[in-house]
Design a protein around this ligand. Structure first.
Ligand SMILES: NC(=O)c1ccc[n+]([C@@H]2O[C@H](COP(=O)([O-])OP(=O)(O)OC[C@H]3O[C@@H](n4cnc5c(N)ncnc54)[C@H](OP(=O)(O)O)[C@@H]3O)[C@@H](O)[C@H]2O)c1
Length: 264
């Protein structure tokens, strides 16, 4: 039997447990089990590893994504930049940390930008590279709304794709811009990525505080929120002709990336 699981606190609404339990049933993976390890104090982490010799891999969620790094033997390259781990692979007692949000967001963003282009040049998904070349040629920048854990993975992806970005925070010293400095600016940022929880269920009538009248049909709005499937941020963008995408594909991609890492 191979054991997988999630560490975090609290763990009342776990997407991962539902996803992997469903996956094991659907794909008839009968030698695998997914368990929740609810720990408040990260100092309890080593005993989870010690007491569960069947463990092959773990997901990590709030509040341990950073603190767990002290117990790992090796880090995947993007983790060194992001400084947060959400996947651990256990191999002969050695622990390696990964960030599957990085991989999920990168693939989902690439697909979004490629799919959005309808001209001959961008008809095929493998033309993504050309989209990025275009973005670079015109020095088009992205706006990243929010400066939390998810923003760190998003920023690492943008850096690796060489897409310039500015961060937006409610607090003056935390990001490059505050929301009240955005007036007249949106034309300079055709890609806007919401990494804040604003608009997430149950507060679905909220949206990031943007000058939406400046959104045009040249804008791409990516919301990391996946519940509801269409957020108010996306709705307001669509009303102005923008292309939009929610975080559902990213969520599934990051889970599948974790599975691929554990079984590589
Ligand atoms: N689709 C996926 O696979 C995926 C993966 C990871 C996360 N997510 C989603 O991404 C969102 C953020 O996750 P996270 O872990 O980064 O959360 P977080 O650390 O709690 O919040 C992210 C940032 O959002 C800003 N923020 C928080 N509350 C706000 C409010 N009321 N108004 C305006 N800004 C606010 C804050 O930045 P400032 O203080 O600088 O304003 C905060 O640092 C969540 O909805 C999560 O479900 C989705």
């Amino acid at each position: 039997m191979s054991l997988y699981g999630l560490i975090g606190y609290p763990l009342t609404h776990s997407f991962s447990k539902k996803y992997f339990t469903g996956k094991f049933e659907k794909e008839r993976i009968d030698h695998a089990k997914y368990e929740l390890f609810e720990i408040k104090d990260i100092q309890d982490f080593p005993s989870i590893i010690k007491n569960n010799p069947a463990l092959k891999g773990l997901n990590v969620t709030i509040p341990h994504k950073e603190a767990v790094m002290q117990f790992l033997d090796e880090l995947d390259e993007p983790v060194k930049k992001i400084k947060a781990v959400n996947v651990i692979k256990v191999m002969n007692g050695k622990l390696k940390g990964y960030n599957s949000d990085y991989h999920g967001f990168k693939t989902s963003l690439e697909k979004f930008l490629a799919d959005g282009k309808t001209s001959e040049v961008y008809k095929h998904a493998d033309e993504t590279r050309k989209v990025f070349e275009t973005l670079r040629v015109f020095e088009i920048s992205a706006l990243v709304l929010g400066t939390g854990g998810a923003a760190k993975a998003v920023k690492a992806v943008l850096e690796d794709l060489k897409i310039n970005y500015k961060t937006v925070s409610r607090n003056k010293n935390q990001g490059d811009l505050t929301y009240d400095e955005l007036k007249g600016q949106l034309k300079n940022f055709p890609l806007i990525i919401n990494t804040s929880p604003v608009g997430m269920y149950p507060k679905t009538d909220a949206c990031p505080d943007l000058p939406y009248e400046e959104i045009t049909n040249s804008h791409y709005l990516f919301d990391l929120v996946y519940n509801p499937e269409e957020t108010l941020f996306m709705k307001k963008g669509e009303e102005k002709g923008a292309r939009t995408k929610n975080g559902l594909e990213m969520l599934h991609l990051q889970a599948e990336k974790a599975w691929a890492i554990w079984n590589a």
